[in-house]
Design a protein around this ligand. Structure first.
Ligand code: BG6
Ligand code: MG
Length: 216
């Protein structure tokens, strides 16, 4: 048991399900390059940075590109992705996410976002949740991707809470590993078979409450 003083949340797959938009945009890019990839392959892109995602996709298609071309492709994908997230509404907040954030804040716990996405602020504004986070650490503020703990350690620092007193909520194995690497508690959102090493695995934030938090 430990004293939890702060909760740090991943965005994609924890607060909102943007994976489907990432998938559509990457699929369109792959199709324009003359190949396709499966939804199963798409699982490997969760929690992974934009640059690394593109590298994996090009590898699956057996396509080689120069650094300059890769930059253009990533920018094109992002343009399509942003077009889609610009239409997001609060109705797309995953079940229980807003309620649990409010519960944490009412209990005096600090809250932060810890996401690899450079589009985090746009999404938070579209779903009207910006005000529920004391700190937002996104892809623009970090240089080392998960499983490096940088994003979560920066979150703890901005909240002025020791890592050992933080719990991370993550749907990707890279994120669970990042939390462990940072010496933090971690609640996995998804399957216990995939999210090995998490202190607790639940299917969504609608299953989370303060009692479960106190038992971590
Ligand atoms: C993560 C997603 O949250 O952000 C990844 O799980 C995505 O799929 C990554 O590639 C980077 O997102 P963005 O919005 O900066 O391209
Ligand atoms: Mg995620």
């Amino acid at each position: 048991m430990s004293i939890i003083k702060a909760c740090i949340f991943d965005l994609d797959g924890v607060i909102v399900d943007t994976a489907v938009y990432h998938y559509k945009a990457w699929k369109r890019l792959a199709n324009e390059l003359g190949f396709d990839f499966t939804e199963e392959d798409n699982e490997k892109l969760k929690g992974v940075s934009r640059t690394r995602s593109l590298e994996l996709i090009l590898q699956w298609g057996g396509v080689t590109k120069t650094e300059a071309e890769k930059e253009e492709l990533a920018a094109q994908k992002n343009e399509w992705y942003v077009e889609m997230i610009n239409h997001m509404t609060p109705a797309e907040i995953l079940p229980g996410a807003k309620e649990f954030l409010l519960t944490c804040r009412a209990a005096g716990l600090k809250t932060a976002l810890g996401s690899a996405s450079k589009n985090s602020m746009t999404i938070l504004e579209k779903i009207n949740l910006t005000a529920l986070f004391d700190a937002v650490i996104d892809g623009n503020k970090v240089s080392k991707p998960k499983p490096d703990p940088e994003v979560f350690l920066k979150g703890a620092e901005e909240l002025n809470v020791e890592p050992v007193n933080c719990v991370i909520f993550e749907d990707a194995i890279a994120g669970v590993e990042a939390a462990i690497n940072g010496g933090m508690k971690v609640v996995g959102i998804g399957s216990p078979k995939v999210l090995t090493g998490a202190n607790l695995v639940i299917s969504g934030l609608n299953e989370m409450n303060l009692e479960k938090l106190s038992l971590l």
